[in-house]
Write a protein that binds this ligand. Structure first.
Ligand code: NAD
Length: 324
């Protein structure tokens, strides 16, 4: 068992969190991760309406009696989303753990705190972590340049970002972006974190509610298989480097606007990739850690393997190198 301030604070067995992934963070995956002793997260905006989110939370509760959380990502969307109503759905459903991401969580903090919700804020820069800490969040999920989805615009990888953040952030922090195995967990602990967040790694599990082709594509791809899109709009997103991602970058190079690019990058098209396994149908998020993923285990097998190997590494190879 690896016990940290993060595991204690959130009442979980293992210091591993499943990232809030658009279209992937549904009850099947969140409950499997929580049942494995890690922290499962439902993705709020994957549900088309706040009412659907209420139903999904209820469905997840029927699948696990362990703690799980809900992610709320506040980034530009093609169609405006009623964030306040999603927050109400989360609170009314009795959820006690929320992962905020994409923007300053300050406007939502009074309501969440009043409802006794613990907030993990995911961010990509030390200064953003500090301002979230000041706004009263309970923990930080620091997301390095390696990550899938939105890495921010500073391009600082985790070997520097995490210890720089750990130097100044006092509340518990977990490491996100590039984590897929025991070596990552041990490194995160060494870099000043109290756990890891994994997205892409949990996509390649038996329970992830996505097409088998996506899982196999993650296994067969490597650390060079991603592309960075929407850089020209300061809304960078790391996605699988398929023909649609390449086309997006080409259109950005031609100075096209989000209105012109929107139809090909729309999340609604990416959803079809996960449903049908047509890997060129749209944009889908994936991280550089694809280079570390070689199998499709169950969430339980994955979580237990990471923790077991991390313990062996700390007690064995690392302790021995100290004695030598
Ligand atoms: P969507 O279909 O509304 O938009 C598609 C993409 O275009 C998204 O990346 C979005 O951020 C971007 N976009 C939309 N309007 C924009 C604008 N005016 N300027 C610049 N970029 C713009 O998004 P979706 O796929 O339905 O996803 C819903 C939300 O979840 C979005 O905010 C998206 O960014 C976010 N998301 C986050 C991750 C992640 O970081 N893990 C992964 C997927 C989606």
């Amino acid at each position: 068992m690896i016990k940290t301030r993060f595991t204690e604070m959130f009442g979980i067995k293992h210091p591993i969190v499943q990232g809030g992934m658009q279209w992937v963070g549904r009850a099947e995956l969140a409950s499997a991760v929580s049942n494995a002793g890690a922290l499962g997260i439902l993705t709020g905006l994957t549900q088309p309406t706040p009412e659907d989110l209420r139903k999904e939370i209820k469905r997840c509760r029927e699948m696990t009696d362990q703690p799980f959380g809900v992610n709320l990502t506040i980034l530009p969307t093609l169609v405006p989303r009623p964030y306040g109503e999603y927050i109400d759905a989360i609170i009314d459903s009795g959820i006690k753990i929320v992962e905020t991401a994409g923007n300053n969580p300050k406007p939502f903090m009074p309501k969440l705190k009043e409802a006794g919700v613990k907030v993990i804020h995911k961010c990509t820069a030390v200064r953003h972590g500090l301002s979230a800490e000041k706004a009263g969040v309970d923990a930080i999920s620091m997301d390095g340049f390696e990550c899938a989805g939105h890495p921010g615009e500073d391009d600082v990888p985790n070997l520097v970002l995490l210890p720089a953040a750990a130097n100044v952030i006092k509340i518990p922090m977990i490491a996100s972006g590039g984590f897929a195995d025991a070596r990552g967990l041990v490194a995160a602990l060494a870099l000043g974190c109290e756990g890891i967040n994994m997205g892409t790694r949990f996509m390649a599990t038996k329970e992830a509610p996505i097409h088998q082709n996506v899982k196999e594509k993650i296994v067969s791809s490597d650390e060079r298989s991603t592309s960075l899109i929407l850089r020209t709009m300061r809304n960078t997103s790391r996605v699988y480097g398929n023909s649609i991602a390449k086309k997006t970058i080409e259109m950005e190079g031609e100075g096209k606007t989000i209105q012109e690019i929107g139809p090909i990058v729309a999340g609604a098209k990416g959803k079809v990739v996960y449903e049908t396994g047509d890997m060129e149908h749209g944009i889908w998020s994936a991280g550089t850690c694809m280079g570390l993923i070689n199998d499709i285990p169950s969430c339980k097998e994955l979580v237990e393997r990471i923790v077991r190997e991390a313990e062996e590494m700390i007690r064995g190879r690392l302790a021995k190198s100290l004695a030598a």
